[in-house]
Unconditional design. Sequence first.
Length: 154
Amino acid sequence: MKKIINIIILILWMIMIFFFSSQGGKESGSLSTGIIEYTVKTYYGVTGADVTKEKLENAVTSFSKVIRKTAHFLEYLVLGLLILNVIKDYRIIGYKELMITLALCCLYASSDELHQIYVPGRSGEVKDVILDTFGSLTGIIIYKSFRKKTIRGS
């Protein structure tokens, strides 16, 4: 039963990534803009400073790319964790476990970027595949680090 739950969680995460990649350029951009505007307004609200239209526009311009690339990295970090968790359920261990996980993450990142070529206002970028793969690798490293600590602590 645990294997099935892990697979379902993985598939739902992959569907979420696909959903975000299916958003057109304008829709995706407005999501990033909304996150930045909310964050800036919250920051200024906490600090008591005035939020002007100019400050919001500057923040959106400054942080848009950072937010988008961070989202790529983090969604694939989680993908790496989830795939590794499923692979572990099948008793594949060691170097093979890591290589299979990383290959699957890179393959999914590549297919995601290929998919984006066909979405209006979006493009497929090799640098995004690289960023996504590094996000996955980070997730794998985190997983393995905690796993080692858990095993040693037992």
